[in-house]
Design a protein around this ligand. Sequence first.
Ligand SMILES: Cc1cc2nc3c(=O)[nH]c(=O)nc-3n(C[C@H](O)[C@H](O)[C@H](O)COP(=O)(O)OP(=O)(O)OC[C@H]3O[C@@H](n4cnc5c(N)ncnc54)[C@H](O)[C@@H]3O)c2cc1C
Length: 395
Amino acid sequence: MDHTSPASAPPLTPDYVKAINIGGLTHAGFSGFLYPAVQRPLAQFFPFFTEKRQTWVKPQISRDHIQCVTVGLRPHRASGFVVRSEPLGMKTLIHNYGHGGSGWSLCWGTAQLVAEELKKTTATKVAVIGSGINGLATARLLQRYGYEVVIYTKDIPPNVISNRASAGWSPTATLCDEGKYTPEFKKLLTTTARISHRFWQDFVGIERYGVEYRFNYAGDDLPFGALSPDDIGSDIMDLNGEVIDVAEADSPFKFAHIHKTWTLRFQVPVFMQAMQDDFGIAGGKVVIKEFGKPEDVDALPETVVINCMGLGSKGVFADPELMPIRGQLTHLVPQADLKYSFSWRTKLVNFNPRHDALTCGGSTLPNIWSMEPDKTEVDRVIDGLTEMVNTRFAS
Ligand SMILES: Cc1cc2nc3c(=O)[nH]c(=O)nc-3n(C[C@H](O)[C@H](O)[C@H](O)COP(=O)(O)OP(=O)(O)OC[C@H]3O[C@@H](n4cnc5c(N)ncnc54)[C@H](O)[C@@H]3O)c2cc1C
């Protein structure tokens, strides 16, 4: 086994990551700019320069389309996620938890940080605790690097928080609190997000993984604020794709300000199933087991254990900073012809079309542990989006 130059993993030098990202964005930004500015005037004189016309599909928002309501608790830490090694008895314990509302986005980046910690040991067989998106991404990455991996977990998908995510590229969503993270964490996040974004691109276009680029629109009557250089995520904005100001005539949305980005979207059940399948095909074993205290972890046969228990880490390892940020999604029946996501900033409501559902949400409630669906929140989201469709969407 060669831990330093894995055969199947891409070389993750910053230059490589940067070149790929700049290349991708130049294309997306240019095509978005070309149509309104150049193509329309040219079309007057040269008929073959026909204006690009888009057919706008109206979202079907209705109470009788509700198929289920899910509640998830984002594992939030004010100072950001934890990836760190520490001794546990005779073992090495590597933590990988606390990803807030960014766990899907960052999973490959933090898995890579784990792999770097693991290189400092002589282990060839490791235990991963947890089979949410972080447990699965960590387990798969380590398999690609040649390790033998056993997953120990209380629950498997779909009964994990990761299956209750929306889920799109959002590397700083409810990740940490202003004034509570260090400049070092901000730098680490930048590296982690770039690595993760690069890994995600390798899944795009392979149907069985369900990873896609989609247009995401945000509408509001107030101007969108800009990030200051000190703000978390200010130096990874390019990974969101270029933010395009959409002219009123170029969309059906009746808002004073409309932004469009070309963003990564993850088909949650599709990707989770593919990851479980890949883990098994590569020889991985899953053991159903609940851990209550560090001694239970110490009793495992593997000499290196990676903790990917998300919010479950609070109970087992007594992290006082870890807390839930509750989010609720109302799943409407899928609408296959709808291809864009939308969020109304001031109202804090959004919809995201997936293969399994048109998910509608927008709630972030700190320190609420209840997993019971809240009807008031269903009403807030459905009423807000119905208002958008009825009053802010030109048919
Ligand atoms: C409404 C909502 C929308 C979201 N949208 C996005 C988004 O758009 N983009 C994005 O990047 N992220 C999003 N997130 C955040 C993302 O879902 C989380 O960051 C991510 O799911 C955390 O994954 P995890 O693997 O660390 O934890 P989990 O998914 O919670 O997995 C933890 C695993 O550990 C196991 N476990 C826990 N405790 C124990 C124990 N004591 N013993 C044994 N096993 C245990 C569990 O069974 C599970 O298998 C969203 C979250 C919510 C709730």
